[in-house]
Design a protein around this ligand. Structure first.
Ligand code: GDG
Length: 473
């Protein structure tokens, strides 16, 4: 097989194995923003994507799906438990999200993480053409940049970190803190969501490894330079804008409102069921507003979509119990035969249905305690061509840096969240429209294509500089 000029490395391949109506098993590309952003690049320069196919203990040969060359990395059931559910999702995820849940440190998980990262790095190194580019994604693969650099010193390497990077006081807990920094520093460009994440990373490098840093540039002991900067990710706005105009989806939005007994206001939350998303805080605020009679179930309904996530990790099992107990209590206290307080949906939905919910929602509640970006906030904004609706947005999301005209909240401040919900419900249409126009301008201009182009441009620049170091960076 010909070597690829451009190789994406991510934990998951952008495909799912699905069964067709006539019982045939096929690969279907998953419609994520990342695929949409990278697809043109993958097609134009002969690209390949390295990742896990989503099934344990299955060895698969490289194959094509919808014109993208896919290179599967096999993971055993033990790898999934130790590298993925363990080190990635029960050590790094809670540590990097400000220790909202206690991170678990296990040496066997770290060993599995190292060996699986090496497997991804070997697959990428075998696939990439001489002088080509490798773009590594996310916290599951932080060691891959250095490993690829060792295996293939000729290639340009980028890394994008989708989740926050914590302040040094927290990061320092990680028993393998120096190894992870060195792993990331294998990349020529290290992209973060917010400038604060990049600053935290630069500070950790300086403090732990003593390397010289100047603005975004880090000079490594061998003279090589690496750059750490913010490249805030976004969405592919086209499908959201198009679906939001479709007559059947608009009709479905009306039907959703009717199904809730035609309340005056609909509040909506859409999240993976994850402790970082502040679902409990939002539910508590809404419940107290009902208890205090500031709102009623007839007037204000709340839809919470909590799509199932990481269901074998203990912290997620506990979270589900807590959320469901809290919702059960509120509904028990406040439901009437005609109205439900919280319509709770522990399910995943097709994108069409998500857009219908966005259109039905008068207020979108994004109350994450910590979130790299939060794409849901941007999706909601992209669907609101009518310039109506209010986005309530936690200041602890990456999106808060860009979406300045949202109603900002500190999700830990329950009184503040309650006041924000009431202010959102009562906001005059002229103000909704003024804010939404500004939010839409930002999201439509800075879409996922603008994001990937900015990152790839920085990589291109790094690559030229590596080959001609005498020119100014
Ligand atoms: C990580 C970072 C960063 C959710 N339920 C359904 C569904 N979704 C879709 C949403 C959205 C995506 O999943 C979730 O993206 P978020 O950004 O909100 O959060 P994470 O999953 O935590 O993503 C995050 C992101 O990476 C990108 O860098 O923004 O900070 O944590 O697109 O719409 N989609 C469908 N049905 C569902 O039930 N179709």
């Amino acid at each position: 097989m010909a070597a690829a000029e451009f190789v994406v490395v991510a934990n998951r391949l952008p495909v799912d194995r699905v069964e067709t109506a006539d019982g045939e098993e096929i690969w279907r590309t998953s419609p994520g923003g990342l695929v949409a952003a990278l697809e043109p690049m993958m097609r134009s320069v002969d690209g390949a994507w390295v990742g896990w196919a989503g099934m344990p203990d299955v060895e698969l040969a490289p194959f094509d799906a919808d014109g993208i060359r896919l290179i599967p990395v096999a993971l055993s059931e033990a790898d999934i438990q130790e590298y993925y559910e363990g080190f990635s999702n029960d050590t790094i995820w809670p540590l990097y999200h400000d220790v909202i849940a206690p991170p678990q440190y296990h040496r066997e998980w770290w060993e599995a993480y190292v060996s699986v990262n090496l497997r991804f790095a070997e697959a990428a190194s075998a696939a990439v053409a001489k002088g080509g580019t490798v773009w590594v994604h996310d916290y599951q693969l932080q060691l891959v940049p250095e490993m690829v650099r060792n295996l293939r010193p000729d290639v340009t390497i980028g890394y994008f970190h989708h989740i926050p990077f914590p302040a040094h006081g927290l990061y320092a807990q990680l028993p393998w803190r120096d190894q992870v920094l060195r792993g990331l520093l294998g990349a020529d460009v290290i992209g973060f969501q917010r400038s604060q994440d990049a600053a935290n990373f630069l500070a950790a490098v300086k403090r732990r490894l003593g390397f010289e840093t100047k603005a975004s540039a880090i000079t490594l002991p061998d003279g090589r330079r690496s750059h750490a900067r913010a490249y805030p990710i976004s969405i592919d706005t086209t499908p959201y804008r198009e679906l939001a105009q479709r007559a059947d989806i608009r009709a479905r939005a009306v039907e959703i409102r009717e199904g809730l007994g035609n309340p005056k206001h609909i509040l909506l939350g859409v999240d993976r069921l994850d402790y970082t998303k502040g679902i409990r805080h939002r539910i508590k605020a809404y419940g107290e507003l009902l208890d205090q009679g500031r709102i009623s179930v007839e007037d204000v309904a709340f839809i919470q979509v909590a799509s199932p996530s990481r269901e074998r990790v203990d912290a997620y099992v506990h979270l589900r119990d807590e959320v469901e107990l809290a919702i059960g209590r509120i509904n028990g206290d406040h439901d009437t035969l005609g109205h439900t307080a919280i319509r709770y949906l522990h399910q995943g939905f097709p994108r069409e249905e998500m857009v219908a919910m966005y259109l039905a929602a008068d207020v979108m509640l994004v109350t994450a305690l910590r979130d790299g970006m939060n794409l849901v906030a941007k999706e909601y904004v992209a669907t609101r061509a009518d310039n109506r609706g209010v986005l309530v947005l936690s200041e602890f999301t990456g999106a808060a840096d860009e979406l300045r005209q949202a109603v900002r909240v500190n999700p830990h401040d329950i009184e503040g969240v309650k006041d924000a919900i009431v202010a959102a419900i009562e906001m005059p249409r002229t103000e909704q429209s003024r804010r939404m126009r500004s939010l839409r301008k930002r999201v439509l201009e800075h879409d996922v294509t603008a994001w990937s182009q900015a990152f790839l441009k920085a990589l291109e620049h790094a690559s030229q500089h590596r080959h001609h170091p005498e020119e100014p960076a």
